[in-house]
Design a protein around this ligand. Structure first.
Ligand code: CUA
Length: 187
């Protein structure tokens, strides 16, 4: 008669559980490392500043009135772009910014949650009514970037797109007046 298995079933279970625990700890460590790497390497920006705004009065007064939307050059030479994300369009839908310039996007919504993503850049944020989403970036070269809404915002969601056009700094000053309300059609 062969010798009986001496390991108790508890040992077997214990060992198997330990293996799974190490495996899961490894996966968690890998995912955390991925988050740290992508935040550092791609300058991903968690929502650290929580700026609130009255979503019901955006059109009536203040920063996000129609006349204030678009790109402005600040005194320090950086650009600020103010955008309204609403069902189902971005206003303005064509955003012109100069290259080689620090650009700050300030985006808010008067209705529901939208998304603001500029393909191929670090810009990727939710736009929540009642809050101003602020994202900073810099475009080194002229080009055109697709900017979809990437939070489902109801039936017109898939048609909600904008375009960011990066033009040379001189061209921005010359052809677009270096000013607010720059749209893709030259002024
Ligand atoms: Cu706006 Cu989806």
């Amino acid at each position: 008669m062969p010798e009986l298995e001496t390991r108790s079933p508890f040992d077997v279970v214990d060992r198997a559980e330990r293996r799974w625990a190490y495996g899961v700890a490894g996966i968690i460590a890998f995912l955390l490392a991925l988050i740290v790497f992508s935040s550092a390497h791609w300058a991903a920006q968690p929502p650290s500043n929580v700026e609130t705004i009255d979503a019901s009065r955006l059109h009536l007064a203040g920063e996000f009135m129609e006349a204030n939307l678009g790109t402005v050059i600040e005194r320090d030479g950086s650009a600020t772009v103010r955008i309204l994300a609403q069902q189902y369009a971005f206003v303005p839908s064509c955003i012109v910014v100069p290259d080689g310039t620090s650009v700050k996007f300030r985006v808010t919504s008067p209705d529901v949650v939208h998304g603001f993503l500029i393909a191929g850049t670090n810009v990727n944020t939710m736009v929540v009514p009642g809050f101003v989403a602020v994202v900073r970036t810099r475009f080194e070269r002229p080009g055109s970037y697709a900017t979809p809404c990437h939070e489902y915002c109801s039936v017109g969601h898939e048609g909600m797109w904008a375009r960011v056009m990066v033009v040379g700094h001189q061209e921005f000053t010359r052809d677009y007046g270096g000013q607010s309300r720059a749209s893709c059609a030259r002024q």
